[in-house]
Design a protein around this ligand. Structure first.
Ligand code: BES
Ligand code: MN
Ligand code: ZN
Length: 529
């Protein structure tokens, strides 16, 4: 992750020396066009009345700009007085603009300016204040700028000579300019919140993108726990955390003692020890009404499929199989830094799934931590085995709600595409998660667990099979499997993120790279009362 800009808020002052001033324009809807137009030279279709005179007049007074009508994502550079440059962004019709459309625009703007010479770039915040909430607007802009600027390029242009430092590009200064001093504090808050969330997303992306010859189970556990232990003291965070934080890392010995034999089976072919992480955040103020929410993540550092080996075309990309772990940790980290009122525990099961003479076999029957026996049909349905033991372990800590997140099934990708599948045992919890996703413009959709899916994972020689008899409704049968490891009375949701771990259709998600999607949704959920 390398960030090549600083972000600040300042009072609008046209005479400030900045290389580029970014402003917005809207397209007038058809009926509004009919109304009398005040400026004879401006196109009748454009709405720029929200701009201050210094930014509006140089545009209005030039005939050539007549064809620029404020269409969505159309850009126009125009000279301002005193030698500075304006960049006008078309945001389309005002009442059709959404927060997500704004994110897409801001991401394009960032791409347009990032490799240019501009040293100081100014955003006219009121230009983008679509929700009439400058703090929220600043947050959305900040998140988008940080998410868009993310690159995973540590393996490019590595200098062989250690003395020869990597080229250091000058950092740009991005300024959010506001109209009155009251807005300064609000925008500052928005920047801080947006930065925290986006850095959580980028931290998770770094974990997911890391290559599997580096990212093994012991390494993943160490990187997460190191970050967690430094949350209170990190210079990145300006917030003081008074809450209690604790971490427990279960080693091979302890995992054996816990009888997590399903996780151990998946790990049997590995040269690395498995790890189970239990991280806990307990806020300062706890009452008997404080909710305890557990997050559980699938951390497969590489999934070859095991003896049910994946074909060479679908094995590529399986370094992403720990995206569930990275997602829950990213959301957990954000809600600590943003001081959630809930007690939150984060459980992560970590191993790879490889082939060796010690690797587990199809046809094996294994008894997991819960006591239930599982017939292994496919060693490639390994995620549910790891989750089964870790979910069962999490139940010992008596959470009220448990949410697991995993890149679990190709079936979910086939059913929904780039959408997160949401399943579970409690309508209200599912609804809350879908609402949080909607508030963050992330795509999530409920999939039903029907009775016959539960029947289909019953085994004739053990309690359960690890895949259904038919491959139909694979995502839901998987959920039906996981349901067995949730204790009575615990509200549980399962998020299948196999289709969203990378998302090239979004301008703020780098192509071919981890998306970090669903972290914003889960953060929203965890911060909600
Ligand atoms: N990690 C995969 C799921 C996956 C597939 C993630 C494609 C991202 C993209 C998971 O462990 C797996 O292999 N699932 C199998 C299950 C099957 C054997 C029942 C699948 O989806 O094919
Ligand atoms: Mn698999
Ligand atoms: Zn997997």
């Amino acid at each position: 992750m390398n960030l090549n800009f600083n972000l600040n808020v300042e009072l609008f002052d046209f005479s400030r020396k900045s290389d580029l001033k970014i402003v917005s324009s809207f397209k007038k809807s058809k009926d509004k066009k009919k109304e009398n137009n005040t400026s004879p030279t401006t196109s009748t279709s454009i709405d720029i009345k929200h701009l201050s005179a210094e930014l509006r007049n140089p545009f209005s007074n030039v005939d050539t700009y007549k064809n620029f009508e404020g269409d969505y994502n159309k850009f126009l550079y125009y000279p301002l007085s005193k030698g500075s440059m304006g960049l006008m962004i078309g945001l389309g019709e005002k009442d059709k603009l959404t927060a997500e459309k704004l994110r897409q625009s801001i991401a394009l703007i960032y791409k347009a300016i990032s490799d240019k010479m501009y040293k100081v770039v100014e955003f006219d915040i009121s230009s983008f204040n679509i929700l009439s909430d400058v703090s929220k607007t600043a947050q959305i802009l900040t998140e988008t700028l940080y998410m868009t600027s993310y690159t995973f390029n540590k393996y490019q242009n590595i200098k062989v000579d250690k003395k020869d430092k990597k080229d250091k590009k000058d950092k740009k200064d991005i300024i959010f300019s506001v109209r009155n001093s009251k807005e300064i504090t609000l925008v500052k808050e928005g920047i801080e919140k947006g930065k925290t969330i986006a850095l959580g997303v980028n931290f998770a992306r770094d974990l997911v993108n890391e290559v599997p010859n580096v990212m093994n189970s012991e390494y993943l556990a160490k990187v997460i726990v190191d970050d967690f232990k430094h949350l209170k003291t990190s210079s990145d965070n300006k917030v003081k955390i008074k809450a209690k934080l604790s971490a427990k890392v279960l080693s091979l010995k302890e995992i054996k003692k816990e009888k997590m034999n399903l996780l151990l089976a998946v790990n049997a072919g590995s040269v690395y020890e498995p790890r189970v992480l239990y991280l806990n955040y307990t806020p300062n103020k706890v009452t008997k009404n404080t909710k305890h929410i557990a997050l559980v993540g699938k951390g497969l550092t590489f999934d070859s499929g095991g003896y049910s080996l994946k074909p060479s075309t679908s094995i590529v990309g399986m370094k992403f199989d720990m995206a569930g772990a990275a997602t829950v940790y990213g959301a957990f980290r954000n809600s600590i830094l943003l001081k959630s009122d809930h007690i939150i525990s984060c459980f992560i099961g970590i191993t790879d799934n490889l082939v060796s003479s010690k690797a587990y076999l199809p046809d094996a029957v294994i008894q997991g931590r819960s006591g239930k026996t599982v017939e292994i049909i496919s060693t490639d349905a390994e995620g549910r085995l790891v989750l089964a033991d870790v979910l069962n372990y999490s139940m010992d800590f008596r959470p009220k709600i448990v949410i697991d997140v995993a890149t679990l099934t190709g079936a979910c990708v086939r059913a929904l595409g780039h959408v997160c599948g949401v399943m579970g045992n409690n309508k209200e919890l599912i609804k809350k998660i879908l609402n949080a996703a909607e508030a963050q413009d992330e795509r999530a959709w409920e999939l039903p667990i029907f009775e016959e899916y539960r029947d289909d994972i019953k085994s004739t020689i053990a309690d359960l099979r690890n895949t259904g008899n038919s491959s139909n409704a694979g995502a839901q049968k998987e959920a039906a499997f996981l349901e067995h490891f949730i204790k009575e009375g615990v509200n549980w949701a399962h998020l299948d993120i196999a289709g969203v771990d990378s998302a090239s259709h979004l301008n703020y998600c780098p192509k071919g790279s981890a998306s970090g999607l669903m972290i914003r949704t889960l953060t929203e959920f965890l911060l909600h009362k």
